[in-house]
Design a protein around this ligand. Structure first.
Ligand code: 3SL
Length: 237
């Protein structure tokens, strides 16, 4: 049986091999939820950047600049990191250069994988469906917060382990732990996470609406997938 593994923080990436694998990058609050929403609402593609300056440069190639540092929209950027900002019909067909504190760093660290897809609760079933039909071991890369482990990304990893349990076996204890956590939390994830670090951080920025939305499963049936450095939406049947 093929395996599923979970890297709980990008700082642990040196312990994992990405070559030959399907990698799922996850930053539930809020980068990968935001990217999923943007593509589901008609953004043409997203170019993720680890560095702020590189992201700004993309403006010269006609990109809108988007993202955050420490949860706040970057000065001079066109958009921040709230999924609701990307639902605006006038953004349809636009291309976006995106950089975030943790999410786009985790994407950069996943380079070299056979496939990189983006996961969020918003497209949980689409991610499960895609991975189930890949003949490759899976690595879920949790973006965490500045190198530290967080609960929301671990929960999503657990949801994937759970959804794929008849097809992929856990490679070590991290996927088993994530699955246990998800089993504890799945009936009310908003309540379960209320004392978690990043929920508290975001609550200080007054973005409760974003938190509730990002924890809502299966709003979209698309799969953001990296193709030649660009993230595009692949529709799932
Ligand atoms: O770190 C990230 O990539 C962001 O998603 C963080 S925040 O939710 O915008 O604060």
């Amino acid at each position: 049986m093929k395996t599923i593994d979970v890297c709980l923080s990008p700082e642990l990436m040196h312990l994992y091999e990405v070559k030959g694998k399907s990698v799922v990058v996850v930053d539930i609050l809020r980068a990968t939820s935001c990217m999923t929403s943007a593509l589901a609402h008609g953004i043409d593609h997203i170019k993720p950047f680890a560095k702020l300056d590189d992201c700004l440069q993309a403006k010269q190639e006609g990109y809108l600049t988007a993202g955050e540092r420490d949860g706040k929209k970057v000065e001079g950027f066109d958009m921040g990191n709230s999924p609701f900002e990307y639902m605006e019909p006038t953004l349809k067909g636009k291309k976006i250069a995106f950089t975030t504190t943790n999410g786009t760093q985790a994407i950069a660290k996943s380079e070299g994988a056979d496939t990189i897809v983006i996961g969020s609760f918003l497209n949980l079933n689409a991610v499960v469906h895609f991975l189930r039909h890949q003949e490759k071991d899976i690595l879920v890369v949790c973006a965490g917060w500045k190198g530290k482990v967080n609960m929301e990304d671990t929960l999503f990893a657990g949801a994937l382990v759970d959804g794929l349990q008849n097809h992929f076996e856990p490679a070590c204890d991290a996927p088993r732990m994530a699955q246990r956590l998800y089993a504890d939390a799945k009936n009310d994830m908003v309540a379960y996470l209320q004392n978690s670090s990043h929920v508290k951080r975001l609550a200080r920025l007054n973005i409760h609406k974003d938190i509730a939305f990002c924890l809502t499963p299966n709003q979209y049936n698309i799969l953001p997938i990296m193709q030649n450095g660009f993230m595009v939406a692949q529709k799932q049947s």
